[in-house]
Design a protein around this ligand. Structure first.
Ligand SMILES: [Zn+2]
Length: 407
């Protein structure tokens, strides 16, 4: 089954991604023809939002609406969907707890002005509308790759990123999706997805050229051998063992020396200097995220208690939080960093030192940007410029992994 699509791409994006990089692209308009095999078994369900508001759907192609009934509609129709008395309303009329809109021939629709591929469903769960976009995994990846890595980067780096994003997405889908009615979120908690607006012809090419290719790890418990192929922006000199960051252990995620990102990343990521926060503010943020920390009364110190030591730096993977009353608790390195700085832009990594004054805590001498597990994106860019192929880049950053075609 092959589906050929032409899409007008309007691209202006400013997003924070799984890897933590901000990309600002200029506005560009392209007419591209998107070719991909639509394999109905290889779809992914993206939770676009949880909402109680009214939403507008506009159909760019003819479609079928499935609720208590099935009805066909011609293109250029608009619908309003809202919630009332635990029922969905379609243009003001009650249609039950679930409604699905299926564009014919895999067409395009827009939700509140944002364009998407595939179909969309609205379902009430606990008085909230879950809005879920189900689409071909490959079409989803085209949007993700463009949001996670600049489309003008070397094609071999984009291909490596495509395989990494595919592996990660399918791992999340197959591991967590079975227990819920969606597979992935749209935010950096998973991978950034903003529908058609983010797509780029070069990202589409990278996804198409690697169609169905994933990475496998000998320690995977999945039938197809995939694992959570994390990736990061700038490792700073050595990638980190996933065991110490996310708690999961895979040979491919054990960490490698990276002499590459220093050739391509800017100094604001390689040596990001320092960040100071008052103990009062730090404790307020920590208590909000971890209410049990209330027992510490107020904050005395944040002590690094586990570090990975590398030649040029060390990375803190666990902190002890010490209260003024002497009580303590333990928080993971990345958890602490992103609690004190949810943007990830100020305390850019855990490859840092911590110093104290009476009222404040300073993170200083910081190196790298992001959690540093898996592929180092700026390292991949440097390798691609040195004419390494995507398979060589992946073999380097995911030691012991193998590339396999699963569809
Ligand atoms: Zn690196």
């Amino acid at each position: 089954l092959s589906s050929k699509r032409t899409a007008l791409i309007l691209c202006f994006s400013f997003a924070i991604s799984l890897s933590g990089v901000f990309f600002l692209r200029s506005t560009l308009t392209q007419n591209i023809t998107v070719d991909y095999d639509y394999n109905p078994k290889q779809t992914i369900r993206v939770l676009l939002s949880k909402s109680t508001k009214q939403h507008k759907i506009f159909l760019e192609s003819s479609c079928e609406i499935i609720a208590k009934y099935r009805r066909s509609y011609k293109k250029d129709n608009s619908f309003y969907i809202s919630i009332s008395n635990n029922s969905l309303l379609l243009n003001g009329k009650s249609v039950g707890e679930k409604i699905e809109i299926v564009p014919d021939n895999y067409g395009v629709f827009s939700l509140d002005g944002k364009r998407y591929r595939g179909r969309i469903s609205f379902e009430i769960i606990n008085d909230t509308i879950y809005i879920i976009n189900t689409l071909a995994t490959e079409a989803y990846l085209a949007g993700v790759v463009a949001a996670e890595m600049p489309a003008y980067w070397e094609m071999e780096a984009l291909k490596a990123q495509s395989i990494t994003a595919r592996t990660y997405s399918l791992f999340i889908r197959d591991t967590f999706g079975k227990k819920r009615n969606w597979d992935v979120r749209t935010s950096q908690a998973n991978q950034v997805y903003r529908g058609i607006a983010a797509e780029h012809v070069r990202s589409w090419n990278a996804v198409n050229k690697t169609q169905g290719l994933v990475l496998t790890d000998p320690e995977s418990a999945q039938e197809n051998g995939i694992f959570p192929a994390y990736y990061c922006s700038v490792c700073g000199g050595h990638s980190e063992n996933s065991k110490f960051v996310f708690g999961d252990s895979f040979q491919a995620l054990s960490g490698v020396e990276c002499p590459f990102c220093r050739e391509t990343a800017s100094n604001k990521f390689l040596n990001w200097g320092k960040f100071t926060i008052s103990k009062k503010e730090a404790f307020a943020k920590l208590k909000k995220k971890y209410p049990t920390l209330e027992k510490l009364k107020s904050l005395s110190k944040i002590l690094p208690i586990r570090e990975s030591k590398y030649e040029t730096f060390s990375r803190i993977t666990r902190f002890r939080i010490v209260g003024t009353n002497g009580k303590t608790d333990i928080v993971g390195g990345e958890d602490l960093r992103l609690t004190l700085d949810p943007s990830g832009q100020k305390i850019k990594s855990c490859a840092t030192s911590v110093i104290y004054s009476k009222n404040s805590i300073t993170f200083t001498g910081g190196k790298g940007f992001g959690h540093a597990v898996g592929l180092c994106q700026y390292g991949a860019l440097a390798m691609a410029r040195k004419k390494y192929k995507y398979n060589e880049i992946l073999a380097y950053y995911y030691p012991g992994s193998k590339i396999k075609r699963i569809y």
